[in-house]
Ligand binder design. Sequence first.
Ligand code: NDP
Length: 447
Amino acid sequence: MSFDYDYFVIGAGSGGVRSSRIAAQLGAKVAVAEESFMGGTCVNVGCVPKKLLVYASHFMEEFHMASGYGWNVDDISLDWSKLIKNKDQEIARLNKIYQGILDRAGVEVFPERAVVTGPNSVKCGDKEFTAKYILVATGGRPTIPTFSGSEHVISSNEMFYLEELPKRFLVVGGGYIGVEFAGIMNGLGSKTTLSYRRDLFLRGFDDSMRTFIRDEMTKKEIDLKFNSNVSSIVKTDDGLEVSFEEGGKEVFDQVLYATGRHPYVQGLGLETAGVELDEKGAVKVDAKFKTSCPSIYAVGDVIDRVQLTPVALAEGMFVAHDLFGNGFREVDYELIPTAIFSQPEMATVGLTETKAREKFGDDVKVYDGSFRPMKLVLTDSEERTMVKMIVRKSTDEVLGIHMGGLYSGEIIQGMAVALKAGAKKEDFDRTIGIHPTSAEEFVTMRD
Ligand code: NDP
């Protein structure tokens, strides 16, 4: 049977673009449909604009620090609309780059919504195409609970297009997005509150790092409300009046809900091809990302394994090579490093102390320490850096590395390579440090 395409990819986000480009380069006839902007969440309303806002938000503190180094930095002010305009220009540039990547690879791009109409067919606008294989790479969308006044809150998508900087800002949620936006908005000058439903945010990360980030954010005067839940929101002349279940009301100009994301499968027609979803609504796939329909594959946030761009890229690449190449190394979910661009930022690879002790009991040794980073010594910033290494005593294997403080993301990426290579504590000990850096702490940790 002949098909219009070998591979029809739904969604031009990180996973979809990578997979369609590789498939085309391997000789497949490929099309990709995207109903929104090229590049998906990461490029448009995720990693990229978020990091630009993180950079923007650091300047206020850095101008202040600069005075400790002798600079006169009076009259500082933020032009919010210029920031957003420049950010938009950069995103538009990236959208074009993504389009160019696909064009050069010979991928046909349909700038519209596609829905599955059968195991080998897709409807795109008013046209229907057949494809030997279909890839679902539609990503996820923010999840916002429904409650009295929930129509007044926004998701991270809208945060990137606010017309003005809110003077009083509330973020609900204690995961990546909540903690990152609390830092961003506080740094840009909003009076910032974070409300989280349990007693300490960043659940799943190493406990001492969570406490460290809590303490550092408190020093920056972010109002952290733990064991806190919003009961209702009323719009008043003064702003959004938020009532908390634990008691009290406060007025904010903007309320962000960063309460997780769900797989984007609504109206995609997956049921027409017998594609099964799991109990959380994610597309179920096997080890090779094949769904319950043998001609349909899925990667990225829509399968809800690890909601991280580099993971979606690896998954998309795997499927393209598996279907059109000579096979490819399997996606390795072990030791995935990750960073939260909180302020200060935090990054981690490997086991937390709790997980290591669950797994190895007393056979675990922890090295940790905190210090004032050198960059800050001439300033009145009280920010500290924390480093932590978890080692298995009997084998000397390094099980986990955690860092909170300046450049953590950059440093932990390198540490992840060492852990992937099976580094032992002794390998760290015999490595010469680079002085003076924060990273050298990892090779000078002793009892
Ligand atoms: P997360 O899953 O990280 O965090 C969701 C937070 O919301 C948790 O603190 C959760 O609490 C809380 N929550 C969930 N439901 C409710 C509710 N009904 N009421 C109140 N609180 C609630 O999701 P995010 O939205 O922060 O981010 C989505 C994903 O995007 C992340 O998991 C991450 O994979 C990815 N991401 C990665 C980034 C990076 O790499 N730097 C940056 C941003 C996002 P509880 O702890 O109790 O479950």
